[in-house]
Design a protein around this ligand. Structure first.
Ligand code: 5GP
Ligand code: ZN
Length: 118
């Protein structure tokens, strides 16, 4: 796929080159459990298309980005988080703490989450 970036960790997970605990798959997105979970549920929802940061989201990517939230909602329901609540958040660039440059929605739940985040 032309959107594949061979240097990208999450593209490698998408290609099956690096193992991950995949819990959701659709035509446009997949989700897997974070390797260093910050809550009882901590999943990363990523598009199949390599998009480095929020700044790189094109108007044509709106359906793809929307599908990340649909995935998050479905996973939250499957994990029993719907009523208590959960957080879906995406970091952009260094000041926000982005470390993997393939956009990903963090889905966090299963405990009380402080606001504002650090
Ligand atoms: P960021 O800081 O970019 O918003 O989030 C990157 C996330 O990816 C971190 O929460 C980190 O624990 C997770 N992560 C980094 N490398 C791997 C990996 O190889 N596998 C999985 N499942 N998660 C990873
Ligand atoms: Zn990528």
């Amino acid at each position: 796929m032309s959107d594949h970036n061979p240097e990208c960790l999450f593209c490698k997970i998408l290609a099956g080159e690096i193992p991950a605990d995949i819990i959701y798959e659709s035509d446009s997105a997949i989700a897997f459990r974070d390797i260093n979970p910050q809550a009882p549920t901590h999943a990363l929802v990523i598009p199949r298309k390599h998009i480095a940061t929020i700044n790189d989201i094109d108007v044509a990517d709106q359906a793809i980005v929307g599908s990340l939230f649909s995935a998050a909602r479905e996973i939250a329901a499957a994990e029993g988080l719907e009523d208590d609540g959960y957080r879906a958040v995406m970091n952009c660039n260094e000041a926000a703490g982005q470390t993997v440059f393939h956009i990903h929605l963090h889905l966090l739940g299963g405990r009380a989450l402080a606001w504002p985040p650090g």
